[in-house]
Design a protein. Structure first.
Ligand code: NAD
Length: 425
């Protein structure tokens, strides 16, 4: 088809461009018409606002706020709000599309959205951040809504900011509307199980893939890059399922113990050590943290940052299975070599979708006016993750494509079919 562009060969690969390359391949495999391709490629709505905020100094500073709804074909848009100095409309657009595919692959009734405010929250006081969040919410009052667009935290925002958003939105509507946003504190209608949800989904994806590859979890080794929310929960839950976690890393370095790292001890150490593993006594520090990615393990879980498996190191990867906890850890240019090496990859839009799944449960509970137990949340999210894995796996066999392209095929097919049934103008 005319829209397939040649693969970019550059020194620095961009994870968002990588996402579009895979989208293009899946669209071609599906035989998507140019008309529907154009509908899915372009965002449905883009809003840019100016937010004048009185800073603590008494001076007024103007911030740019963005919200992009990529698609509302499957349902209301869903996606985080990023507070960061490098927020840019192009990136927000791509991240919103990413959310569309992630929600579609796990079959939850949401479209994709993303928002951001260009600011540096590290240099702002809590009061300044609060005024900015409230101003952003009010500026987006006609965009957000439990049936229209449901934001969530992203880089630079968390439960505190979501509480301010919910409060400002509720004041403007004259009634408490907690379903307008997810990732709220528990007392405001947040869901049990949300904290561990993404790591838990990584665990379910890993075990499902190991079953297909006939890897016995009780004889398997694993390395986890990143020891934050996703990485530490994934490591703990995989350890509980029998895997030996021989290496973990964070920004301070990578730590290795061939006998297996006690993950609970590592978490306790991190929590009592200003959030880092630096000096962790239960393992040896590797000379180069990048070595973690090249260890001869059964399962590798990149759960830190994007673009860590690239054409520069892909030849040295020895894992049999890669489960992408992070968004975009593998570049497009590394895909081909990974496939040639016969390594199975459970791609980000599937492997880390446990988080958005439990966000969806938060919204469901808010709308029901009811609270589920952690056990019910976990059971339902495990089922969704397993079913999504099975569908992607079947699609990969049917179309003879890697799991990553299969995940895009499942997602794009779902959105395209829904669009065609709903019809346009
Ligand atoms: P986090 O901030 O809690 O943890 C990040 C971890 O990565 C920290 O341990 C940090 O020290 C480490 N790290 C940072 N740079 C590193 C590097 N160069 N090498 C090794 N370790 C490094 O973040 P998180 O919420 O765990 O998110 C991790 C990834 O998962 C991100 O890509 C995020 O977009 C993605 N993700 C998160 C969620 C979620 O629910 N939290 C959902 C979907 C996707």
């Amino acid at each position: 088809m005319a829209y397939i562009e040649p693969a970019p060969i550059k020194d620095k690969e961009n994870p968002l461009e990588s996402m579009m390359e895979r989208f293009n391949i899946a669209a071609e495999k599906l035989g998507l018409s140019d008309e529907v391709y154009n509908v899915l490629k372009n965002p449905a709505k883009q809003v840019i606002v100016s937010l004048p905020i009185t800073m603590d100094s008494g001076k007024i500073q103007v911030f740019e706020g963005i919200r992009v709804i990529h698609s509302n074909i499957l349902g209301p848009a869903k996606g985080g709000i990023r507070f960061a100095p490098d927020v840019h409309i192009d990136e927000v657009r791509a991240l919103a599309a990413w959310m569309t595919w992630k929600c579609a692959v796990v079959d939850i009734p949401y479209g994709g959205g993303k928002g951001g405010v260009r600011c540096n929250p590290r240099e702002m006081s809590p009061g300044e951040i609060e005024r900015l969040m409230r101003a952003y919410t009010l500026a987006m009052i006609d965009v957000f809504g439990p049936d229209k667009d449901i934001p969530a935290p992203d880089m630079g925002t968390g439960p505190r900011e979501m509480a301010w958003l919910m409060d400002e939105y509720s004041k403007a509507k004259g009634t408490t509307v907690n379903a307008v946003v997810t990732g709220k504190p528990l007392v405001l209608g947040g869901s049990l199980g949300r904290t561990e949800a993404t790591g838990r989904g990584v665990m379910v994806s890993a075990l499902s893939a190991m079953e297909k590859l006939k890897i016995n979890p009780f004889q398997a080794t694993c390395a986890v890059q990143g020891f934050g929310n996703v990485g530490s929960w994934a490591a703990l839950l995989l350890e509980e399922r029998g895997l030996k976690i021989i290496s973990v890393s964070d920004i301070s370095g990578a730590y290795h113990n061939a006998q297996g790292i006690n993950i609970r001890e590592a978490i306790n150490y991190r929590d009592s050590n200003k959030g880092t593993l630096e000096g962790f006594p239960g393992a040896d520090k590797l000379a180069d943290p990048a070595e973690l990615l090249e260890l001869a393990v059964d399962v590798l879980v990149p759960a830190a940052v994007e673009d860590v498996i690239t054409k520069k190191n892909v030849d040295n990867i020895k894992a049999k299975l890669i489960v992408e906890g992070a968004n975009g850890p593998t570049s497009f240019n590394a895909d081909k070599i990974i496939n040639e090496k016969g390594i199975m990859v459970v791609p980000d839009i599937l492997a880390n979708a446990g988080g958005v799944t439990v966000s969806y449960f938060e919204w469901v509970q808010n709308r029901l006016g009811y609270k589920w137990t952690a056990e019910r949340v976990n059971r339902r999210s495990d089922r969704i993750m397993k079913e999504a894995f099975d569908q992607v796996y079947k699609t990969s066999i049917k179309h003879e494509v890697p799991m990553r392209i299969a995940a895009y095929i499942v997602a794009i097919d779902k959105v395209a079919q829904t669009y065609q049934f709903r019809g346009g103008f």
